[in-house]
Each structure stands twice: as C-alpha cells, then as structure tokens.
Write a new protein. Structure first.
Length: 405
C-alpha cells in the first residue's frame, strides 16, 4: 500500500470499524440490553422515513435517462453551468462567469478540488474544531498541513476570531468554513460572516465555503452565504444536491468561484487540469439541476420544521439531567449534547461514553473526538419523535447506572 493511502484517515470510519465493530458479541448479550437499536449517528437523511427526496425530482431523473448518456465537458453540461452561474450571481456580490462553475461528483469532490488547487506540500489550511473531518483528511493525504481554529459552543458555535487569526502564517493558503455546520447545526449570522471576511481580507486569504447545507435553516431564520457578504475576499463555494435535496447517493455537487474579475485565472487552469483526469460527474442528475434547485421551497421548509421540532423534543427530554446539555442548533440536521464525563464512573472521554452506551443500551451516536473535539456527542435529528424520546430515556438510564457515587 502506498504512503499516500496510509496517510488517509477518517476518524468516523475508524470509530465505526475499529471501535464499534470489534466489540465482542459476549459484551452485547446482556439480557437487559434493549433489542431495538437506536442509530442517531448516520448522516444520510434517506435512512429516516420522513426525509426522502422530493417525488417530483425522482420523476425528473427517471425522465432524464437516455437523454445525456455520453461524456460531457469535464467541468459539466453547459446549460447547467449557465443556470448555476445565474443562481450564484443573483445570490452573491460578484458577477459569476460560466467558466467559474465546475460540476463535481458530490460536494466532497468540490472540496478535494478546492484544497488541492490552492495548496500543496508544505502549505497549510485552517479548518474548524469541531468540524466534519473530510477536509482535514483530504489535506493530510496530500502532505498539506492543517491548523484547527476553535468554535465557541455557548456563542452559537461562532469562530473564536482571535484564535483563527493566531493560526495564520506565511504558509497558510485558505480558511475553510462549514456553514451551516456539521456537526454543530450552527448557522452564522451576517455580522459574524463580515468579521470573518475582514480577517481573510487582512491576510489576503481565500475562503473555501462548504455550504452543502445551504438554506437548511429552521423556519424564521435566514441562511447567509459567504458569497453574499464578501466584497474583496475570493470565495470557493462548495455545495450540491446531497443534503437539501435529501439525496447524497446522487453524488452531484459543484464548485463555484466568487471573486473579482481575474482573481481566479490561474486557479481555473488548475481546476481544469485536475478535472481532465477525473472526468465529468453524473449526467443524469447534472442535466436536471436547473429543474431541481430552488423550485419547491415549501418542500425544504416542511422538512426543516420537522428537524427543528425533533431537536426541541431532544432538548425538552434531557433538560434537568445535570450531566447533559443540549445546545440549541439552528439548521442542518444535527444537534450537539455536551456530556460532563466527570460525573460518570469509569468513563474517560466521550468516545468511551459512546462505546459503553452502545454496549449497554444499544444506542449509536458519534463522539466529539470524531470531529476533533471533546466532551460532546452529535445527534442526527431526523429520527422519529418516538425514537428521540426513547433515546433520551436510555441516556438518562445510562447516567443513573454509571454516575459517580
């Protein structure tokens, strides 16, 4: 196996495959262990019955089979690139050109392209802590350094701006930001985005904006894109159909460059070079993006109402338990529960907490350590209300059994 392969490390996969999967069957056979599993770890909305793709979108895809089966331009079908050009020009402060739009195999590939075009061995990028580990894994696999800036849990997980600025050095090539956030469910305000852009502008750094959860905010809130706020800072905006269309298996994403004329000229050459060895993404989905994106806002609004309600059920049912604190999220499909491990007997951290919760109560959730953090667990808030109530019941029972005497 190559050194490159050995440098790839995904802490989420490692936790599932090396911690959970290797628990001996004898440790899962206690008669008191609930038979029905509760899995609130899986970030694929399609596994939850209320979060399937829009039936109208499925009809479009079925009708698209046979219309565009050959190769297309490596950056994507021209008509779709034009649609996204218009969409993001209307949303942002810069005139986006068709040559600024690149269709990708999911948002993950958009992030891979952005990181690998901006940085190389010896450089570094800044990423959030806690944060989804994909971007860190991409960078480290390419010998690109990673510096983690802190988020503030009791300030809506806003970036600690002083900490962010303190990590910037002469080798820093970009600031990566995920908004709305996985794992925290935070949604940044316009004011906070302005402050972030001021720092990026001061050091002449581009921002890689992972906005795959764009528009996935609770009713009454407004999603603000970095492209809407920035007037000087180049933005490499990464998004796709995976989340707000509830269809991660379609593997359809995009990278859109937002910046002053000419600022991305060399970057576009680099992106096209990389795409020449990756080829184009899924044409069945790609050709239907103009008919899918932003056509049925009520569909997404209804889903976000359900996600918000389930987050409130989680918060309500764990309120008053002194070892847990549910932090109110504002979007995406996640909630964070802070765990005071000091109140538990023989539990060292939240990874240990999650393993033992799974062993005794058949509950699977991801610990903060999977996201570079600590002392919290991430909950996917797509499960039915009755499942979330049962989750809370089991977590309370787990504490009663394992609390320090």
């Amino acid at each position: 196996m190559s050194d490159h392969c050995q440098r790839v490390f995904n802490p989420i996969r490692s936790f599932v495959e090396n911690e959970i999967a290797f628990i001996p069957a004898t440790e899962l056979s206690d008669p008191s262990r609930p038979k029905d599993p509760i899995n609130v770890s899986y970030g694929d909305p399609c596994v939850y019955k209320d979060f399937k793709p829009n039936p109208n979108d499925l009809e479009l895809l079925v009708g698209g089979v046979g219309k565009y089966d050959g190769y297309c331009d490596f950056p994507g079908i021209p008509e779709t690139r034009k649609f996204l050009k218009d969409f993001y020009t209307a949303r942002g402060n810069f005139e986006v050109d068709e040559s600024d739009v690149f269709l990708t195999q999911g948002c993950s590939m958009a992030l891979w392209l952005a990181i690998n075009t901006l940085a190389e061995k010896g450089d570094n990028i800044l990423v959030p802590n806690p944060g989804f580990p994909l971007s860190k894994a991409i960078a480290k696999s390419q010998h690109i350094g990673v510096k983690e800036y802190l988020l503030l849990p009791h300030q809506n997980w806003e970036i600690d701006l002083k900490d962010l600025e303190g990590h910037i050095d002469e080798h820093t090539k970009a600031i990566l930001i995920n908004n709305p956030s996985n794992p925290t469910g935070a949604v940044f305000s316009r004011h906070h985005i302005v402050d972030i852009c001021k720092i990026a502008d001061k050091y002449k750094l581009p921002i890689i904006a992972d906005e795959v959860y764009e528009d996935m905010v609770y009713p009454g809130l407004k999603f603000v894109s970095f492209a809407e706020v920035s007037t000087n800072v180049p933005i490499l905006l990464c998004s796709g159909l995976s989340k707000k269309q509830f269809a991660p298996g379609w593997r359809t994403g995009w990278l859109v460059l937002n910046g002053a004329k000419g600022v991305f000229d060399q970057i576009k050459i680099g992106l096209n070079n990389l795409l020449s060895i990756l080829m184009n993404s899924n044409t069945i989905c790609m050709q239907n993006i103009p008919q899918i994106v932003d056509k049925d806002p009520n569909f997404l609004k209804g889903k976000m109402e359900k996600i918000e309600h389930r987050m409130e059920v989680l918060k309500e049912n764990l309120t008053g338990v002194d070892c847990y604190e549910v932090l109110k999220s504002q979007g995406a499909m996640y909630a964070v529960i802070l765990v005071n491990v000091e109140k538990f007997q023989d539990i060292t951290d939240t990874k240990d907490f999650c393993v033992k919760l799974y062993k005794s109560h058949n509950v699977l959730c991801f610990p903060g350590e999977c996201f570079g953090g600590k002392n919290f667990v991430r909950i996917v808030t797509c499960s039915d209300e009755v499942v979330i109530k049962e989750l809370c019941k089991r977590m309370k029972e787990f504490y009663l059994i394992n609390q320090k005497k």
